[in-house]
Write a protein that binds this ligand. Structure first.
Ligand SMILES: CC(C)(COP(=O)(O)OP(=O)(O)OC[C@H]1O[C@@H](n2cnc3c(N)ncnc32)[C@H](O)[C@@H]1OP(=O)(O)O)[C@@H](O)C(=O)NCCC(=O)NCCS
Length: 349
């Protein structure tokens, strides 16, 4: 039986190491089997590979097969399974699971509870966090704080979304639906006595006034003033692409600057910029602004599109598996999205 404190809780600080940090012990990802190329989209809507590649950099994406049981919770479960194997931990070693998602299978249970149950984690702490595409980056900040408090030792942090559920794959919805794909990806974070590892700086911001540029209405009253109600728009992502583009292009460099300032670092001192993949042109603008090489600011949008909360961990997992993230590297996670929200998390790994 686990020891309990005066109020029945575990004594959080009883076994805290003198010096402590948080390390990334493992990572893993899960993608739907179905690949949908731009040529496939040409068959169902008026679009072209040329238009999509030129405006976004996307060539293909994965789309979940609901009939085959693929969902955010299934992909999240498989990503945590892979991350645990990478960390050489058992499901019962976890004491916290945080899933960043805006596309839970249903309003309740949470995706994290489903993941915990499917993996056999026992009575682990399980919460979902919704900050749209910024969700994983916010979760890294939140979980770092919880681990450093001494309340938990081993956590899974997951980004999982099946956003294509909310897309209109017709000519009418082409301005939005060609951009997105489905995925889940996870990291395992562990308390360590190496105090050099963990968060160096972070930022989390929002502007609810910008929600009218990116939202999913499920009832007539969810349409913001001035937005035209149409039955076919219900339960589909509504996006003002140009407004979101402007927001992203101006916010991204400011977010990088703010985070570098807080950490007292120059752009070159960060080894990897792991950025939300929403549009190649937005990533190129950030690269140019800070003079970053493709080796520092990575791109996989061509293969997966925008996978919402899974986007940042997916590219981080690729980098780790390719052996490109080394001990002591400084890694800046960055994202922006609906809400509007934008967030950073700068780690020494
Ligand atoms: C969506 C986005 C790619 C559109 O690019 P754009 O250059 O702004 O294009 P516009 O919306 O002005 O559309 C230009 C034309 O292309 C057409 N078009 C839109 N989608 C199209 C598609 N998939 N295929 C072909 N034509 C398309 C439009 O109908 C429009 O035609 P018109 O001039 O005859 O009216 C771009 O605005 C963008 O990336 N925005 C940011 C989105 C984002 O990152 N969202 C997620 C945030 S987490």
């Amino acid at each position: 039986m686990k020891p309990t404190g005066p109020h029945g809780a575990r004594p959080n600080h009883a076994h805290l190491p003198q010096r402590m940090g948080v390390r990334v012990a493992g990572s893993g990802s899960s993608l739907p089997a179905r690949r949908v190329t731009n040529a496939d989209l040409e068959k169902v809507m008026e679009t072209s590979d040329e238009w999509i590649v030129q405006r976004t950099g996307i060539r293909e994406r994965r789309i979940h097969d609901h009939a085959a049981g693929e969902s955010a919770s299934l992909l999240a479960t498989e990503s945590v399974r892979e991350a645990l194997a990478d960390a050489r931990l058992a499901p019962t070693d976890l004491d916290l699971i945080v899933v960043a998602t805006m596309t839970a299978d249903s309003p309740t249970p949470s995706v994290s509870c489903v993941v915990a149950h499917r993996l056999g984690c026992g009575p682990v702490g399980a919460i979902d966090l919704n900050a749209a595409c910024s969700g994983f980056v916010c979760s890294m900040n939140v979980v770092h704080g919880l681990l450093m408090s001494g309340a938990y030792r081993n956590a899974a942090v997951v980004g999982a979304d099946c956003i294509t559920r909310y897309m209109d794959f017709s000519t009418y919805g082409r301005g939005t639906s060609v951009l997105f794909g489905d995925a889940a990806s996870a990291v395992i974070l562990r308390v360590t006595d190496d105090a050099s590892k963990g968060l160096l700086a972070q930022a989390m911001h929002s502007d609810g006034g910008g929600s009218r540029h990116l939202f999913i209405p499920s009832r007539a009253e969810h349409f913001p003033p001035g937005a035209e109600f149409e039955e076919r728009k219900l339960n589909k992502v509504q996006m003002n692409g140009q407004a979101v583009f402007k927001f992203a292009v101006s916010t991204f460099p400011k977010l990088i600057e703010e985070t570098l300032d807080k950490a007292g670092l120059t752009p070159e001192q960060v080894d990897h910029y792991v950025c939300h993949q929403s549009n190649m042109r937005i990533l190129d603008a950030a690269r140019e602004r800070f003079g970053l090489s493709p080796e520092k600011l990575h791109v996989n949008i061509d293969r997966y599109g925008n996978t919402v909360a899974a986007s940042v961990p997916l590219i981080f997992d690729e980098l780790r598996r390719a052996g490109r993230v080394h001990d002591g590297h400084k890694v800046m996670f960055l994202a922006f999205g609906a809400g509007l929200t934008w967030a950073s998390s700068l780690w020494q790994v």
